[in-house]
Design a binder for this molecule. Sequence first.
Ligand code: HEM
Ligand SMILES: *[C@@H]1O[C@H](CO)[C@@H](O)[C@H](O)[C@H]1NC(C)=O
Length: 321
Amino acid sequence: MASRDQLIFVVFSLASLIFSCSTIDAQLSPLFYARTCPNLQAIVRETMIQAVRSEPRMGASILRLFFHDCFVNGCDGSILLDDKPGFIGEKSALPNARSVRGFEVIDAVKSNVEAVCKATVSCADILALAAQDGVVLLGGPSWVVRLGRRDSTTASLTAANTNLPPPFANLDVLKSMFANKGLTARDMTALSGAHTIGFGRCVNFRAHIYNDTNIDPNFAALRQATCPASGGDNNLSPIDPSTPILFDNSYYQNLLRHRGLFHSDQELFNGGSQDALVAAYSFSRLLFYGDFVAAMIKMGDISPLTGTAGQIRLNCRVVDS
Ligand code: HEM
Ligand SMILES: *[C@@H]1O[C@H](CO)[C@@H](O)[C@H](O)[C@H]1NC(C)=O
């Protein structure tokens, strides 16, 4: 006998499935591989379970990889391409170098998928599924992932350098960088809740903890202890100090206490347009989850390659010739 919660969940899942199939952008569909690779989701999940079990941070790293893929010419797996002679990819862009990680995990997922569904599933879709698993495995919400993206045959170092928001950005810059991707300020504030998991490097928050005034002095002192005024650029701190491997809403609770790690985080609660929403998310984890899921689906819809555009790479790191 199914419990009431299970029934509600099934109804909700069906409703979101129908909804997601009937939106204007009908190119992507949760059922895209239903016939060609019916066990896809389970294969991705199984590999992600192992990866997150051996290193919980990996859930965060893969989520960020998906964000950095989607914001650079759409969710097309372009971030996964390695540099090689005559081909410069996105990995050496300023926001990515020494920073994005998890490529080996995507390789492992891809090879497990290839073993069962040969030359069928794109790296871009694998990343979309793996990112959702990362969130779920760290205690966050799940959603119906829309599929059918194909892989790029190109990458853009320039676009990676200009389209990815820097941690030094103010609220107006953040809003306009997300607007350029068709995402609202509300989407941006919800997506930023991804900073409830994972770690950041000293070089990215040094100016904030030494020079900004909208920061709790105790928190600044705590972070200065492992992030010196000069040197130690790659020293890591948790972005959410209380629960760095739990996908909850404490990111927003931290912002209310002026404990944002990056300048850009604290911009969301600094007397501006997003203050009320940050406060609302800090009170209601479920409000945050609902908006986060909606915004993740929107982000996953950014400029996909579909139909016969692009290709299905066999190795996510190289373009098939
Ligand atoms: C709003 C603008 C954003 C800025 C300025 C920003 C900036 C950053 C920076 C600087 C780091 C640390 C990188 C390092 O120090 O090496 C980071 C980490 C992270 N970001 Fe963002 N981010 C933003 C939005 C997002 C979004 C939309 C997502 C996903 C939906 C996301 C997910 C993450 C995650 C999960 C980490 C931790 C990764 C890990 O531990 O490997 N961020 N972000
Ligand atoms: C803080 O601001 C001062 C004055 O603008 C500058 O010289 C210094 O480099 C800044 N420190 C950091 C860590 O950004």
